[in-house]
Design a protein around this ligand. Sequence first.
Ligand SMILES: *Cc1c(COP(=O)(O)O)cnc(C)c1O
Length: 386
Amino acid sequence: MSAGATGAVPARIPVMVPWLGEEEARAASEAVLSGWVAQGPRVAAFERAFAERVGAEHGIAVSSCTAALHLSLIALDLGPGDEVVVPSLSFIATANAVRYVGADPVFADVEEATGNLTPATVDAVRTPRTRAVLAVHQGGVPADVHALRAACADWGVPLVEDAACGIGATVGGKSVGHGALIAAWSFHPRKVITTGEGGMVTTDDARWAERLRRLREHGMNVSAAQRHASATPIAESYLEVGYNYRMTDVQAAVGLVQLGRLDAIVARRRELAARYAELLREVPGLRPVRDPGHGEGNFQSYWVLLAEDFPVGRDALLEALSAAGISARRGIMASHLEPAYAGHGAAALPVTERISRDSLILPLFHTMGREQQDRVVAVLREAAAG
Ligand SMILES: *Cc1c(COP(=O)(O)O)cnc(C)c1O
């Protein structure tokens, strides 16, 4: 489509738009005007609501999912000499968190259909030094946690879940996070619900929860909010080296509203994903992401895998989309190929490398109209025709 005689240039189609409105703005404003903007009552309320939503006993809000992963690995007492099996096919924060505690990330391959770890891909790289498995619900496609939990139980290692993209996805009808030993979540605007930046750890373990609350607040034995609420002065002490990984009450106020929108957000994403799947059925050489047999995704990232004989390469296709006014993205990265992991060593990861080389993420956002979706598919159809 060109600008044409009418002069009407269609607006550029973004890859993602966070679903935020007046309600979030009002909630943030109320938090500001309350005078309590740091971690306080709204964070506590958001933690309770979020944990309840995913079916966990405890929620510990933090500043990002990266912080949530870091603290989760500390809670598991992982450190130098320990190996943690992670997918290379993930945002780099997954592997980096392992390095923050001085442990070694060991990259495992993923299955092509979901982009996630399976017991078989983990088993292929497991060693006697494996102390944990860190599985990702990649792009909002739930990993088969029942199979992974059973395998990890056999091996005697804990399963940590990187659920950065997973809110609103389900396994066997239950929320991702339900029954998880420990799970880390993200509220970055590129994820399904957002607080600007932000993260959460969920767990059923009360002792881990207590330690996580302490670790996010400099290792203090009492929180600033508890001290403030106390009629008598409380002398705090610092039980171990902690961090400043707190979420603010302004963020939590937004998060509470976002949580209330979650069902609508996921329903809309699934509706758009279903329409993409239908339209793309007529485009040869493209395999769109879809629900795995064990659960339902939230389509946080709508990715398509190009057949090896697709007439144009992935990067050329991204350029064609861009020239048509459409923002798309490379598929999920392969962490082991980044300079930060040069010399780190990894087993052969053929599926990871294929998906990261030949996949792309298409625009999907709540206000996306049929005409916009048709425009995206038209470019793909033209490319497929060669
Ligand atoms: C986005 C993302 C993270 C990091 O989340 P932040 O909240 O930005 O720190 C970690 N893991 C995965 C799989 C992600 O997609």
